[in-house]
Design a protein around this ligand. Sequence first.
Ligand SMILES: [Zn+2]
Length: 146
Amino acid sequence: MTCVFCEISRKEKPAHIIYEDKDIMVILDINPISKGHLLVIPKEHHEAIQDTPVKTLVKTWVIASAFAKIYRDKLKAPGVNVITNSGSPAGQVVFHFHVHVIPRWEQDGFKKGGRHVLSEEEASEITSMLSDYLDIVKSYLNEISI
Ligand SMILES: [Zn+2]
């Protein structure tokens, strides 16, 4: 079975990559719930949170936390949701563990449940907004030495 996140991590499929190291990649969701919706994805394939080795979990959640910090403190998002879905009843769609970082803006329409299609324009705007703050991700990782 093909896995879209494995294909992206092997560069067989394009994605808007915001951050990447040997273990983890952070990409833009192609159907964002809000502007700036990110997916933090370990490169190694594990189906869900319960299947993922602890070291990988730690690194994934620490990077997600760094982006939550960037959104609130640098990009002035008044709210952020950081979540993972495990299993179909919980809304998991891609069965490769990942964490959503969803910045929340006033009037972002989240409550209506509307997702939209990511445009190239929006993708490049968010990529450039975040690129100034990737040192925050590195400083978070330095603290755990992973
Ligand atoms: Zn996979």
